[in-house]
Design a binder for this molecule. Structure first.
Ligand code: FAD
Length: 328
């Protein structure tokens, strides 16, 4: 009896996050190839309207876990609620985004369920014997490992932008199943009292099509304003190297790299960043890379599609002016 390819759907501000749309789109293909139904799990409070949005991306069934206890993500409550559902329904695969939530939740689920986990997956291949083979970068992206998880469900976190978002079919319907959430008292270890949202008009770093990042060459916190100017012209996000973060010039949520966010925009502009391997691990999959560095020997130029040898304080304002002309 087919038990399904399940996708954990994340939402932000009442909309399904792009990474989850990517997973639903790829999940549909995997479901078709394996003969399994595609199932979405949506957890939160007041999330019922999202069921139709998920259905439009080809979902057969939606499990709605709608409860005030799930209004804010906390490890214990989500682990408890999802473990129960997975144990009961025994899906074949359970895929999450390689996001802050996915990175936290998936290992807990793996431990509770006693199953293997493939993390930071960038491709999933259907194999007639081995079921799903997960491709993931290792050694900061200089090699790949191909992982077969022999336990069920195949649990995997998938990197943003690994798969395109399919066309939606708004008229498509799915069976919606509402679940009552019961959380074991021992899992209620954390109570979120308040959430302070960062108000920004810029897209999330991992979802942006255009990212402009600054490194130690930015020299001071206030100089990031010139990168923000360029990002805003392009409707993009601002990122940073760890050196800039460690210098206290920008919050660590903006760090790109091995120990920061992994991005894959259409255009990545690296300003005053040398191109250490740990930084490249976070942005090497970008479609086009532009590097601005005054050192012609900087390693970033070896991965750049376009390199500008020059002073970023002269080049970035000029680029901003040129981009303004393009978009006006
Ligand atoms: P630098 O290497 O100091 O380079 C600054 C560059 O700016 C130079 O190339 C210089 O020529 C250029 N420059 C200076 N002034 C100007 C100017 N006016 N105009 C143009 N160019 C100019 N790093 C990350 O970024 N992300 C990570 O996630 C990360 N994780 C790490 C994990 C581990 C375990 C370790 C050990 C390190 C990690 N690092 C990470 C650190 C990494 O090794 C580098 O130290 C870091 O990326 C360097 O940052 P940078 O390129 O900004 O600084």
């Amino acid at each position: 009896m087919p038990k399904g390819i399940w996708i954990f759907v994340e939402q932000a501000a009442g909309k399904i996050r792009k990474i989850s749309l990517e997973l639903l789109s790829q999940g549909r293909k995997i479901a078709d190839q394996t003969g399994e139904p595609l199932v979405a799990v949506i957890a939160g409070e007041g999330i019922a309207p999202l069921a139709q949005e998920a259905a439009a991306y080809g979902v057969d069934q939606v499990y709605l876990l709608d409860s005030p206890q799930l209004a804010q993500y906390t490890t214990g409550v989500y682990t408890s609620a999802l473990t129960k559902l997975i144990r009961e329904k025994e899906p074949q695969a359970f895929l999450l985004g390689y996001t802050a939530v996915g990175k936290d939740l998936a290992p807990r689920l793996a431990q509770r369920l006693g199953v293997g986990l493939a993390s930071d997956v960038i491709d999933i291949e259907v194999d007639s014997e081995k079921f799903l083979i997960c491709k993931r970068p290792v050694y900061t992206g200089s090699a790949y490992s191909f992982v077969e998880i022999v336990t069920r469900p195949v649990l995997a976190t998938v990197r943003a932008k690994s798969f395109p978002v399919a066309e939606s079919t708004p008229s498509r319907q799915a069976e919606v199943i509402e679940r009552t959430v019961t959380v074991d008292p021992e899992d209620l270890k954390v109570l979120v009292k308040d959430v302070a949202l960062l108000v920004t008009s810029r897209p999330a770093l991992t979802e942006a099509d255009f990212v402009v990042s600054g490194g130690r060459g930015m020299k001071a916190q206030e100089n990031f304003a010139i990168l923000e100017g360029l990002a805003d012209v392009m409707g993009g996000a601002v990122g940073a190297s760890r050196a800039a973060v460690d210098s206290g010039w920008i919050d660590n949520q903006f760090q790109v790299g091995q120990t920061g966010s992994i991005v894959a925009p259409t255009l990545y502009v690296a300003c005053g960043i040398s191109g250490a391997i740990q930084h490249l691990a976070g942005m090497g999959a970008s479609k086009f890379i532009v590097a601005i560095n005054k050192d012609p020997e900087a390693p970033i130029f070896s991965v750049a599609d376009y390199g500008i040898v020059g002073d970023l304080f002269e080049v970035v304002p000029l680029l901003t002016e040129e981009f303004k002309k393009l978009v006006s």
